[in-house]
Design a protein around this ligand. Structure first.
Ligand code: GLN
Length: 185
């Protein structure tokens, strides 16, 4: 299986390593042609404003939206959650896919980063999560399932073929969330 990782900005190498460990072939996606070759897509963390700018200039917004609508499984982590959300407080949404409202940088600054073990519905063992300037999910629409919460806020949500997490699993070699999404392919 060819597992794409959006490689415009941010930490795509760690995601590629996780996908390879799960037996998939990781493909860095920077163009619509590369997107057309993959069976699923991970959108990594980084800086959502920069990812948005680069995705627009690469002409990737409509092709990603079309693949998502056609059922391609996608995983967005941290900034990836932000760019997949339908509503971002104070920022134009990019992909407008997942029916949630997110607030950027809501867990504080870089120095407030923390790790936690998160119980995720459908995943049999707690997922190790690293929160770095993570977004908070403020609202969840009716078609969205909350798979995990942390201190009263959703941190993993699923809308059909789309899964978004406010944290980084890949930074600690956590593979279970990626495995959950690959099972949808
Ligand atoms: N704070 C970043 C943003 O708003 C997200 C941080 C991350 O991906 N670790 O895009």
């Amino acid at each position: 299986m060819k597992a794409g990782v959006l490689a415009l900005q941010g930490d795509f190498r760690e995601h590629a390593a996780v996908l390879a460990a799960l037996g998939a072939t990781p493909i860095e996606v920077r163009t619509p042609e590369e997107l057309a070759r993959v069976d699923c897509l991970v959108i990594p963390g980084g800086e959502s404003t920069t990812i948005s700018k680069l995705a627009r200039s690469a002409g990737l917004v409509d092709p990603i939206r079309e693949r998502a609508a056609a059922g391609m499984p996608m995983l967005g982590t941290c900034a990836g959650m932000i760019v997949m959300a339908k509503r971002v407080i104070g920022l134009e949404p990019l992909l407008d896919l997942v029916d949630i409202t997110v607030r950027r940088n809501a867990y504080g600054r870089q120095v407030d980063s923390f790790e936690a073990d998160i119980a995720v519905e459908g995943v049999d063992h707690p997922v190790r999560a690293v929160f770095i300037r993570a977004p908070i999910v403020e609202e969840v629409g009716p078609g969205v399932r909350v798979l995990a919460e942390h201190e009263g806020h959703p941190v993993v949500v699923e809308q059909g073929n789309l899964v978004v997490a406010s944290f980084h699993p890949e930074l600690v070699g956590e593979t279970r969330l990626h495995a959950y999404v690959l099972e949808k392919v």
